[in-house]
Design a protein around this ligand. Structure first.
Ligand code: HEC
Ligand code: HEC
Ligand code: HEC
Ligand code: HEC
Ligand code: HEC
Length: 382
């Protein structure tokens, strides 16, 4: 995606997903209404596939599962369903870059960026569909580590323990990791690795009142250029006793004017396949970005079940295999020959469906042949 400037009205409009749960595909009132829309009548003819339904009504022997749902034998459910996750900024900023890791290159992600101004008003959301492989905007590394500036205590509040917020600035968008503890061995961590900005707020939790704390800041830019501060100290009591006003953001805006999005763009950092999203707003805004990975639904829901599953495994879920003819076997020699009109899988392997018609048939026991007469001789020569 190229740079998107101007207002959100111009932003790419989200394409609504056509997600149909697999169970809907098979229809509640039997025999898979949704499957019927393609696998029956004229439509089947157009698609060049068999009309599965036409013979059903005429069959003297019907297989009961057919009346309920096609899914158990054909459709894989519960795999690769859609999922959504969120990243948000730690303060109100005019600019933030979000790192979107773990995306598949070829899938179509829905992004929604929700921005709120300092009074909590929501701006119109920015939405886009993005396929990571199609992002051509690559940003080069300048090789410079971010400079850590003005670190200090921002505010503190007392709950059971004390929670203090430290704040600092960097000269370029960076993420952070803060180590802290009662001694220079630190031991605790506070981090935000997904949001890069120029102003940072890290919450140090579980502090006690009678001791100053040590902390050390690590700031990293989107290319991995890293700065580590010297050991710093903070006394939470200073903040609790202090009257002065805490920072809530560096870039103050004119509160009478609602901030607007100036630009949103998607790009990659050189030598990384991760996607980055940057917004620039006319005033400070708190941002949260949600990413939705689509499910892998196609016309067959989550996909057709493998042959072995639909011809053996699913059958023995409902029927005991006990007395039945061996399945999963191949012919051992010239005395056994499987005729080409009886279906096998994996080039000659016997399944339940080799002898039984899974949908229904005109013979007893859903046999493909008369089970009393012809069947054994069809393969075994005596
Ligand atoms: C949008 C049209 C459409 C819908 C809806 C649909 N199918 Fe299909 N189906 C097809 C087409 C076209 C094929 C041919 C193979 C292909 O292109 O994937 C097919 C192939 C199949 C096959 C494999 C056939 C073979 O010979 O191997 C099975 C089994 C199947 N569908 C079952 C179902 C079931 C069960 C449902 C309902 C849950 C369903 N289909 C819904 C269009 C559809
Ligand atoms: C008891 C399991 C079972 C049920 C229920 C079932 N099928 Fe099948 N179906 C099979 C098997 C087994 C095959 C053949 C082998 C294969 O495709 O793996 C098959 C074959 C098919 C084929 C390929 C063409 C053909 O007739 O050989 C289509 C299309 C199909 N089924 C659609 C459906 C539809 C639509 C429903 C629901 C109305 C349904 N099936 C219900 C087991 C089942
Ligand atoms: C070589 C062909 C063949 C294969 C393979 C086969 N069957 Fe059968 N099946 C038969 C015949 C023949 C009968 C009738 C037996 C009888 O009348 O005693 C039968 C009967 C049945 C019956 C009805 C009688 C009963 O025992 O409840 C069920 C259910 C059945 N088979 C399920 C299966 C399943 C499930 C599989 C796969 C695990 C399977 N069959 C594999 C030939 C086969
Ligand atoms: C969801 C459960 C279910 C699944 C899955 C299922 N069946 Fe059945 N099947 C039934 C029921 C119920 C009946 C009717 C009652 C009975 O005869 O056991 C039946 C009947 C049959 C019969 C006729 C039995 C007779 O006495 O004439 C055969 C043969 C059969 N199934 C084979 C299969 C095969 C082969 C598969 C796999 C492709 C399969 N079934 C999958 C539930 C199931
Ligand atoms: C679709 C072909 C086919 C049909 C129909 C068929 N069989 Fe088989 N049968 C095989 C195959 C393949 C084997 C596995 C090894 C071999 O014998 O070549 C086998 C194995 C057997 C075995 C076990 C042999 C062993 O070494 O474990 C027996 C018993 C058997 N069949 C009996 C029957 C009876 C009884 C019938 C009729 C109800 C029958 N078969 C129908 C193909 C078939």
């Amino acid at each position: 995606m190229k740079l998107v400037t101007g207002f959100i009205a111009l932003a790419v409009v989200i394409a609504l997903f056509q997600i149909v749960p697999a169970d809907n595909l098979s229809g509640a009132n039997g025999a898979g209404e949704a499957c019927r829309s393609c696998h029956a009548g004229k439509k089947a003819l157009t698609l060049g596939i068999k009309d599965v339904y036409a013979p059903l009504d005429k069959l003297p022997y019907r297989h009961p599962p057919m009346e309920q749902s096609c899914s158990p034998c054909h459709i894989i459910t519960g795999l690769k369903s859609s999922k959504t996750w969120e990243v948000s900024s730690s303060g109100a900023h005019k600019e933030t870059i979000f790192l979107l890791t773990g995306l598949s290159l070829d899938r179509d992600y829905a992004l929604e960026l929700v921005l709120k101004d300092e009074r909590g008003n929501r701006l119109p959301p920015y939405r886009a569909q993005v396929i990571p492989a199609e992002i051509t905007d690559i940003v080069n590394d300048d090789g410079k580590a971010p400079r850590i500036m003005e670190p200090g205590l921002n505010d503190a509040k007392r709950t059971t323990f004390i929670e203090a917020t430290v704040r600092w600035l960097t000269d370029k968008p960076s993420n952070f990791m803060v180590e802290y503890g009662a001694t220079v061995k630190y031991g605790e961590r506070s981090s935000d690795e997904r949001a890069f900005s120029n102003e940072h707020f890290a919450r140090l939790t579980g502090l006690k009142s009678n001791t100053p704390y040590h902390y050390r800041i690590t700031s990293r830019d989107i290319f991995g250029n890293t700065s580590v501060s010297e050991d710093l100290t903070v006394d939470p009591m200073d903040a609790l006793n202090r009257k002065g006003k805490a920072w809530s953001g560096n870039e103050r805006g004119d509160k009478a004017v609602r901030p607007e999005i100036v630009a949103v763009n998607l790009f990659k950092a050189k030598r990384s396949s991760d996607v980055l999203l940057r917004y620039i707003a006319s005033g400070p805004v708190k941002a949260s970005l949600s990413i939705t990975e689509p499910s892998e639904m196609d016309k067959h829901g989550f996909g057709l079940t493998p042959a072995r599953y639909s011809t053996i495994d699913v059958c023995v879920k409902c029927h005991s295999q006990g007395a039945s003819h061996p399945v999963g076997v191949r012919s051992k020699g010239p005395n056994t020959r499987i005729p080409p009109d009886l279906p096998t899988i994996e080039g000659g392997m016997m399944t339940c469906v080799t002898c039984h018609n899974p949908h229904g048939g005109d013979k007893e026991h859903l046999g493909r042949m008369d089970v009393k007469k012809d069947l054994c001789e069809a393969c075994h020569r005596t």
